[in-house]
Write a protein of this length. Structure first.
Lengths: 151, 159
């Protein structure tokens, strides 16, 4: 269980994921040795699941991002498993989320441009199994994207 | 685009999984020396393709058991109403993500809460009171999976 010091470290880390360990230890008020030990432990216990590099897909030439929301045909007990397995095979899918609500599943899909999007949508998305309904939200801009928690 | 080769894409795949991998380990994994790996990593950073780090925490272990996505429609649209809404919504600490979208909704919000009653408090006191907010749809997230994306391993470029 993370204690108050762990939470202080996490708060600083989530607020500024690119901070150096020296800065983190100063801001959280712990020594660097103690910071190392605590980060190690939190990674071991899975409180910190991963530290990943963010990839800016637009900088890589992937200009279009669409959030696709699906309702599945739930009379088929394999609907979720089949759909997710098929979605994993589509390289342009960068996120898969499942929900409780009017939407069952959501995919984030990227494409190089609108012509490419049309191709991905027709060839890879419309062919996904057990879909009873879907709608699309096209990303205009991301105004806030943070992993911060009210710790 | 950006003149990336298969080695660059392999480096991106490794770092997207674990940003703490050292240049020496990356070099070994992709079959180049440490200085060459380091130069490539720095170039990917200079091109802003590597855009900082993401710390993924176990929200539930920290007492945040509920993640909800909200689709929000604004009641009135105009430049000032967008700006007022965006300014107010980004200031809410429980709102992690704000995306301006085109479609059935105007905005997508990702909200983390301790539990459903905490979410209800956030929804009533902070979201429904936002300037210009109209129709709101909530979906509680059950699971989430980030995929490596089209970085060549099984993508069309590799075939």
């Amino acid at each position: 269980m993370p204690d108050a010091t762990d939470r202080r470290i996490l708060r600083q880390m989530l607020a500024d994921p690119d901070a150096s360990n020296a800065d983190l230890s100063r801001r959280a008020g712990v020594t660097q040795a103690s910071l190392w030990r605590r980060l190690d432990k939190m990674r071991e216990t899975g409180v910190i699941a991963a530290i990943q590099s963010r990839i800016d897909w637009r900088a890589l030439g992937w200009e279009v991002e669409v959030s696709l929301r699906f309702t599945l045909d739930k009379t088929n007990p394999r609907a979720f498993d089949d759909f997710i397995a098929a979605a994993r095979e589509v390289p342009e899918v960068i996120e898969i989320q499942t929900f409780l609500g009017s939407v069952d599943l959501r995919l984030s899909v990227i494409a190089r441009d609108m012509a490419h999007w049309q191709q991905v949508y027709r060839d890879r998305i419309l062919t996904l199994p057990h879909v009873s309904d879907s709608d699309a939200l096209m990303l205009v801009s991301t105004i806030k994207d943070s992993a911060e928690l009210a710790l | 685009m950006s003149g990336l080769d298969a080695t660059d894409l392999a480096i991106l795949r490794i770092l997207a999984a674990d940003a703490t991998t050292s240049a020496a380990e990356i070099g070994r994994a992709v079959g180049i020396g440490q200085p060459a790996a380091w130069r490539r990593i720095r170039k990917l950073g200079d091109q802003r393709i590597l855009a900082g780090r993401r710390v993924v925490v176990d929200n539930a272990a920290l007492g945040f058991g509920v993640t909800v996505f909200l689709g929000v429609r604004l009641a009135a649209k105009g430049r000032t109403s967008l700006e007022d809404f965006e300014r107010a919504v980004t200031a809410i600490p429980e709102v992690q993500t704000v995306q301006h979208v085109l479609g059935q909704f105007d905005y997508r919000l990702r909200i983390t809460a301790r539990d459903i009653s905490d979410f209800e408090r956030i929804l009533r006191r902070r979201i429904m009171t936002l300037p210009g907010v109209g129709q709101v749809e909530a979906n509680v997230m059950l699971s989430e999976e980030r995929r490596p994306g089209p970085l060549g391993a099984s993508g069309p470029e590799a075939r």
